[in-house]
Ligand binder design. Structure first.
Ligand SMILES: Nc1ncnc2c1ncn2[C@@H]1O[C@H](COP(=O)(O)OP(=O)(O)OP(=O)(O)O)[C@@H](O)[C@H]1O
Length: 325
């Protein structure tokens, strides 16, 4: 079995201000070359979890759990600093609002050459660095990359700027790329192209990808496996192909039933009853129990651990259990 490149084990994230546990007991692992999705409704805790795990969220902290990357356990002492050190080198990060990560006053080429310099930790020589930056711009599909090298971000469309953000992340040749809702602001065709760009890197360079999105259909069509967050709890890890074709988890299925498609009539598309529960639900019972048609009394009392008897599939529910049902 291939060893995981990145793994979180029983990770709990709390706010520093009041100690409130916003995300509880998350465990998942990603293999080299794997495209892995994290899905959850708005407010489920995806961004808070990701930013805290990678040391970017100053007002939140890991209060329990372990994080391992590339065979190394991140230390408890000085955790955030150690996690941040991995970014921009072996781990690439494309934030939720990628446009804000571009410097509007700096030429595109310089932003890429600086990223290359930071990743390598030593100059490659001006000519070689420039050549590599132009090459990366071409790889992400920027037309006339030599011209683009000397231009400023506002001379590009939204989709092209998005690609430049990826060019900066990919120039560092990360082993793992994390992209948090990177395509939400893009039209459907550009969105697909950007996703294909990342998946292409997984295939060609063995890069692992964690793609975070509220859009289950987008993930289902793109990644190998999907982790499902709700109320700050991890409910399910499933193979993308399983969604819609076998019992995986009542919440995952409810999300799938909300997705319109050619095969579904309007009557087939069901909104999930009740109000969504945001991050911070805690651990007293399953956060989805109040909206779940299969809920039993125990579901309101106890949060079941993730469990599964099928490779790579886990469910925190009495139903499904990651097995054929
Ligand atoms: N620094 C913070 N202090 C207090 N509450 C926070 C903080 N950061 C996030 N939250 C709260 O935690 C919850 C989860 O936020 P988060 O941004 O992680 O959600 P999300 O799943 O990424 O949703 P979206 O896709 O809309 O960003 C929200 O209710 C948010 O208000």
């Amino acid at each position: 079995m291939t060893e995981a490149l990145f793994a979180m084990d029983d990770v709990t994230v709390a706010l520093r201000s009041n100690g409130r546990k916003m995300v509880t007991g998350v465990g998942l692992s990603v293999k080299p070359g794997e495209a892995f999705g994290v899905v959850g409704e708005s407010g489920s805790g995806k961004t808070l979890l990701t930013r805290t795990v990678f040391g970017l969220q100053d007002d939140a902290e890991l209060v329990s759990g372990r994080v391992r990357f590339d065979g190394q356990l991140l230390p408890e002492q000085g955790y955030a600093r150690a996690a941040r050190k991995l970014l921009g080198g072996r781990i690439g990060f494309v934030p939720q609002d990628p446009f804000s990560s571009l410097n509007p006053t700096m030429r595109v080429g310089k932003q890429i050459t600086e990223a290359l310099y930071l990743a390598r930790g030593m100059p490659m020589g001006a000519q070689r660095t420039k050549a590599r930056a132009i090459e990366v711009l071409g790889e992400v599909g920027i037309p006339e990359p030599e011209l683009a090298f000397n231009q400023f971000p506002d001379q590009f469309s939204g989709g092209m700027r998005q690609r430049i953000v990826f060019a900066i992340a990919l120039a560092q040749e990360p082993k793992l790329l994390i992209a948090d809702e990177p395509t939400t602001a893009l039209d459907a065709i550009t969105q697909r192209r950007v996703i294909e760009l990342m998946l292409g890197r997984c295939r060609s360079h063995g890069m692992a990808l964690i793609l975070i999105s509220h859009n289950l259909e987008l993930l289902r069509q793109s990644v190998d496996r999907i982790a499902v967050l709700y109320g700050g709890q991890l409910h399910n890890i499933t193979h993308a192909d399983d969604i819609g074709s076998r019992t995986v988890h009542p919440y995952t299925e409810a999300l799938f039933e909300c997705i319109p498609s050619k095969e579904k009539t309007l009557a087939d598309i069901r909104a999930i009853p009740g109000e969504p529960v945001g991050a911070g639900f805690g651990t007293k019972g399953c956060a989805f129990a109040s909206r779940c048609r299969y809920a039993e009394p125990i579901c309101r009392e106890t949060q079941l651990p993730l469990n599964g008897d099928q490779p790579g599939r886990f469910s925190a529910c009495l139903l499904g259990r990651g097995a054929d049902a």
